[in-house]
Design a protein around this ligand. Sequence first.
Ligand code: KG4
Ligand code: ZN
Length: 390
Amino acid sequence: MQRVVAATLLLRWIADLRDAAVALAQIMAKGRASARAPLKLPVMRILGIESSCDETGVALVQTTGEALPRLLSHALYSQIDMHQAYGGVVPELASRDHIRRVLPLTRQVLAEAGATLADIDVVAYTRGPGLAGALLVGSGVACALAASLGKPVLGVHHLEGHLLSPFLSADPPEFPFIALLVSGGHTQLMRVDGVGRYALLGETIDDAAGEAFDKSAKLMGLPYPGGPGLSRLAEQGNPAAYKLPRPLLHSGDLDFSFAGLKTAVLTQSQKIGPAAHTEGTTERADLAASTQAAIVEVLVKKSMNALKTSGMKRLVVAGGVGANRELRAQLNAACAKAQVRVHYPELHLCTDNGAMIAMAAAMRLQAGAQQAEARYSFDVKPRWPLHELA
Ligand code: KG4
Ligand code: ZN
């Protein structure tokens, strides 16, 4: 009951914030017709705010003409410790914590870039997909901030942020490419011909790869989110110790399915007994290595199939699971053999962050795919397929 009351209060607070932003925007718009004009600045500074799940991320990116945008500074607060006690993300706690973190992080980002609020040209925020309450915090703050500064806003698709995050790396890709997007909520193969030009080639029909890592890790007694812990444990285990299914490996299409793998891991761990979730046992390390091997093999095989059927010679990996060492090692080997260039985001930018949101906004603006607008009434899109973006 308490949680329902708290959730109601939170949503009311957010609605108030939204009303305030709209009211402020109307006042500002009267005196600032110029803010509606399309942006044609040679140098633009874009503040990005990410709050779709359990990380509050803020970043400042600068564009200069048509050159690749540059990250000036970024700051991140991860709520993982707070959610760990519950074994997963508690949406209501996530929203409240975003409220606490977003302004201090914004101050930090500006200070580290040697900038002030007046230097911001556009405020970008994650519009979806994600947790509704969490998205509302970032969107509300972004729109209120932009309204008070008289600057335009731009709502960004979280997955486009992941997809374009490798452009922030020391080895940025070039269009076109095949993208393997592997996050906690999505597993997709896409053909990417440019900013906003995404064609879905295949996706998971049930659990995402990140979910498979997280759910299997939980069965092994590892804390949330299980992906990083499982992959560390796997380094000490034998990947051939247990025979686990490779779902849809030979399906002939580019779809994935990981729900059956989680069930197989459960069955195998029941056969093993307590050793499957006891720290320090060989069985647990072997089970982790076998699980990782099954997930990685499917991801690599399907990515290579996508490259082969499309004739493309460039692969871009993005999303939290893209941080997985074994996945990177096997993709590197397979791509070297097939003479394919493979690109990843910097390790610290694989999971959610503000830099990818500011970057996606910057690239959309540069490509003319979207205009930032001085319209401060906002909505969020908790469910939002990437191909609907165009
Ligand atoms: O992209 P992300 O930060 O959030 C979503 O947009 O969903 O991805 C989080 C997912 C989690 O499932 C997490 O366990 C997984 O990425 N992950 C990893 C690794 N690091 C993060 N999975 C496997 N190995 C890793 N090293
Ligand atoms: Zn994400």
